[in-house]
Ligand binder design. Structure first.
Ligand code: PMP
Ligand code: GLU
Length: 401
């Protein structure tokens, strides 16, 4: 990147670029030069959006849904989302608790802007999704990171949470199923964390459940379904992952009414809400059955097992079995310190760059997720792409001495 312009705010200068989007950009640039890059960096479903959802969008245009929508979302969509939360997540809320946004990213940004003052702490479970830390900092907050690793199943313990909470803590933030690890907190694990939070009634929980439909075991449980937590959780979700609708930009959340109103106010000044056409498509997505979603999930499950077996065939890559999402986040520190030609691999960033330039496979370094021993491999790609990527990765890693 070029040096920052002096007119840029300190806030912007301090911000890192999104590592996931940056790797995807690098892969696109190489591809434009004619290099056959396999992109396993971006967390983006490789399926088309289900047809009935596309048809609903076309119908919305024909019916004239082309004007500013209400900032928090159309009334019937907010109602449908409240019903979805009750039906699928045992979260009992009303339309007034729902705010529709231009992606889960927007919902999260709204929440941090609504909650965080300069110096407030937000406790974040690591490994964390890249944008959490930057968004909290953008709002003036201080991220407090709780580490976890492969041995602990990439899960934070109640003791860790208890030690991290302080009078300055405003919120606790995690994703489950997790990006980047695929870990899914069980009901009893969430209940144990909730018990710790009982002694800290001023702390709000932000639960990012955007991968809820991509799970390979039991249905994931929601912290907001615990009766004592119902008034203290903002549940964030969206259509990007489960419905393969990344480009449509549709997120939503259920939150206590005071917080939903604050997010609506912020959104009213910044975006005026989500696209009218996308909102009509979202209504179709949420009201139809989940056949298409489950078919995609089944494909991810098959690919997960394929990626694990391909990783296990390479000495030095330490794997585990993710319960959800479409990422594997193996430890790769066995390769640190090795060399090939002019390359000296000192960390996961170096390994990622080496694999991009020598194997033409783009992955994301664990450093950006707060786990510098790991790499993130997205398996939202075809079996053929995955097999070819691993043939190349194995060859390139074998060169490292
Ligand atoms: N949260 C997590 C954990 C994610 O992986 C993503 C991926 N984009 C988002 C939020 C944002 O999703 P979107 O803005 O596309 O709804
Ligand atoms: N969430 C996806 C990822 O982690 C998409 C890119 C992004 O929004 O960061 O790759």
């Amino acid at each position: 990147m070029t040096a920052p312009h002096t007119l840029l705010s300190a806030r912007t200068q301090a911000m890192s670029e999104s590592a996931t989007l940056a790797m995807a950009k690098k892969a696109r640039e190489l591809a434009a030069q004619g290099v056959q890059v396999i992109n396993l960096s971006l967390g983006e479903p490789d399926f088309q959006t289900p047809k009935h959802i596309c048809e609903a969008a076309k119908k919305a245009i024909d019916e004239g849904y082309t004007k500013y929508p209400p900032v928090a979302g159309y009334a019937d969509l907010r109602q449908a989302i409240a019903e979805k939360f009750a039906r699928e997540n045992q979260i009992h809320c009303e339309a007034k608790h729902i705010v529709v946004s231009t992606g889960a990213k927007q919902s999260l940004a709204n929440l941090f802007l609504a909650l965080v003052d300069e110096g407030d702490e937000v406790v974040i479970f690591a490994p964390y999704w890249v944008s959490y830390v930057e968004m909290v900092r953008m709002a003036g907050g201080t991220p407090v990171i709780l580490e976890s690793d492969l041995e602990s199943g990439f899960k934070v313990s109640p003791d860790q949470l208890a030690q991290a909470l302080s009078p300055r803590t405003k919120a606790v933030l995690y994703s489950s199923p997790s990006n980047p690890t695929g870990a899914v907190y069980s009901r009893s694990e969430l209940e144990a964390l909730a018990q710790v939070l009982e002694a800290h009634p001023q702390v709000l929980v932000i639960a990012d459940e955007i991968y809820e439909h991509i799970t390979f075991g039991e249905r994931p449980f929601s912290m907001a379904a615990i009766p004592s937590m119902a008034e203290r959780v903002a549940t964030v979700n969206g259509l990007s992952k489960g419905f393969s609708m990344t480009g449509w930009r549709l997120g939503y959340m259920a939150a206590p009414a005071w917080l939903a109103e604050a997010c609506e106010k912020i959104q009213g000044q910044i975006t005026s809400g989500a696209s009218s056409i996308t909102q009509r498509a979202a209504l179709a997505a949420l009201q139809e059955d989940l056949t298409a979603t489950y078919a995609m999930r089944d494909a991810y499950l098959r690919r997960r097992d394929l990626v694990i077996s391909l990783c296990n065939a390479i000495e030095g890559i330490k794997t585990y079995v993710p319960d959800g999402a479409f990422y594997l986040f193996p430890e790769v520190d066995a390769f640190f310190g090795r060399r090939a030609g002019t390359y000296h691999i000192q960390n996961a960033d170096d390994l990622c760059m080496y694999l991009l330039h020598e194997a033409h496979v783009s992955l994301v370094s664990g450093g950006a997720f707060g786990a510098p021993k790991c790499l993130r491999i997205s398996f939202a790609a075809s079996d053929e792409q995955i097999r070819e990527a691993f043939a190349r990765i194995a060859r390139a890693l074998a060169q490292l001495q």
